[in-house]
Design a protein around this ligand. Structure first.
Ligand SMILES: NC(=O)C1=CN([C@@H]2O[C@H](COP(=O)(O)OP(=O)(O)OC[C@H]3O[C@@H](n4cnc5c(N)ncnc54)[C@H](OP(=O)(O)O)[C@@H]3O)[C@@H](O)[C@H]2O)C=CC1
Ligand SMILES: Nc1nc(=O)c2c([nH]1)NC[C@@H]1CN(c3ccc(C(=O)N[C@@H](CCC(=O)O)C(=O)O)cc3)C=[N+]21
Ligand SMILES: [Mg+2]
Length: 278
């Protein structure tokens, strides 16, 4: 029976540490500032943006949220990014994804100054992650590693299997595990035998976006399971990409959904913003 990794409690602890560092900065006349940009009315995005705003307030950071209508043009959004880039009160800029269809996400992200890119999505930050000289690491991947560290999970020499190869989760988390000397396998929709790969994993990170697809029979006895997935079911329940009930019989540690990686993502956003200011 697995130990449950309490991401919510760990994130709370990190937020407390951040709050103290913000107070020290304030005593020296500096206050970290985060700008969050939300385009359109995606309900999930609205919830996340509210959570980010609240988290900033709680640790004493300055925050501003720019809520723009769905029809905002790419040009208008680029102009706002330029203003935020030039704004001294703002140390971190986050453009909530996904953006509406008519806006080129890459063009927007490329316009954010790398030193304000607290999401770690800018090509400069992605490149630095690749060469292990990172300044800003994407929040969710950083949160996964932070969970392993705070739970005392050894990474070096372990077999780590990551399922999902997106630019925002799968690829960066695989890179971070590699830099920590895990032997990393990166799986995706064309992987020939997913179950076989999974059964090899000492550390299994799942970021697919398919509710409960990884079941207990795919998990090696004693593995550590990090479930990044957030899926809202039709009945309103929120579940991960891992079938929690069967997986927890095999794993030694496992993150729940909600209350696992999600809260860590927001804590890492605050940490990146703090570091941008420092
Ligand atoms: N907790 C948090 O803070 C966050 C949670 N999430 C959640 O994490 C999940 C993944 O997000 P994201 O990375 O953006 O997702 P994407 O949709 O961008 O990527 C999904 C990946 O999963 C792979 N995949 C899809 N189906 C299968 C399959 N049957 N077998 C193996 N691999 C498969 C895809 O493979 P291929 O490349 O071949 O298409 C792709 O690489 C989602 O549930 C999302 O909501 C995301 C961000 C933050
Ligand atoms: N530019 C950008 N940066 C992001 O980091 C980003 C994004 N766009 N778009 C969407 C994804 C998703 N994401 C989450 C953040 C927190 C929770 C979180 O706190 N989840 C809670 C539950 C929240 C709920 O109840 O819905 C939990 O898992 O316990 C989840 C998901 C950040 N993302
Ligand atoms: Mg995506």
């Amino acid at each position: 029976m697995a130990k449950i990794i309490d991401g919510k409690a760990i994130a709370q602890e990190i937020r407390k540490e951040i709050k103290e560092r913000v107070e020290e900065l304030k005593a020296r006349g500096k206050q970290p500032g985060l700008a969050v940009v939300l385009v359109g009315n995606n309900p999930a995005s609205q919830t996340y943006v509210r959570m980010k705003e609240k988290a900033c307030q709680e640790v004493g950071m300055y925050s501003e949220v720019h809520r723009l209508p769905e029809e905002t043009s790419e040009e208008e959004l680029l102009t706002l990014i330029d203003q935020l880039n030039a704004n001294e009160k703002i140390h971190g800029i986050l453009v909530q994804l996904p953006l509406p269809e008519h806006i080129d996400e890459k063009k927007i992200i490329d316009r954010i100054l790398p030193e304000k890119d607290v999401d770690g999505f800018h090509p400069v930050n992605v490149g630095n992650l690749f060469t292990n000289t990172a300044r800003f690491v994407a929040c969710t991947p950083r949160g996964c590693i932070e969970l392993l560290d705070r739970m005392g999970v050894e990474i070096e020499g372990k077999k780590a299997v990551v399922i999902g190869r997106s630019n925002i989760v799968g690829k960066p988390v695989a890179m971070l595990l590699l830099h920590r000397n895990a032997t990393v396998t990166l799986c995706h929709s064309r992987t020939a035998d997913l179950k076989k790969e999974c059964l090899d994993a000492d550390i299994l990170v799942v970021a697919v976006g398919r509710p409960e697809m990884i079941t207990g029979d795919m998990i090696k006895e004693g593995a550590v399971v990090i479930d990044v997935g957030i899926n809202r079911l039709e009945d309103g329940r929120l579940v991960g990409d891992v079938h929690f009930e069967s997986a927890k019989e095999k794993a030694s540690m496992i993150t729940p959904v909600p209350g696992g990686v999600g809260p860590m993502t927001i804590a890492m956003l605050l940490l990146n913003t703090l570091e941008a200011c420092e």
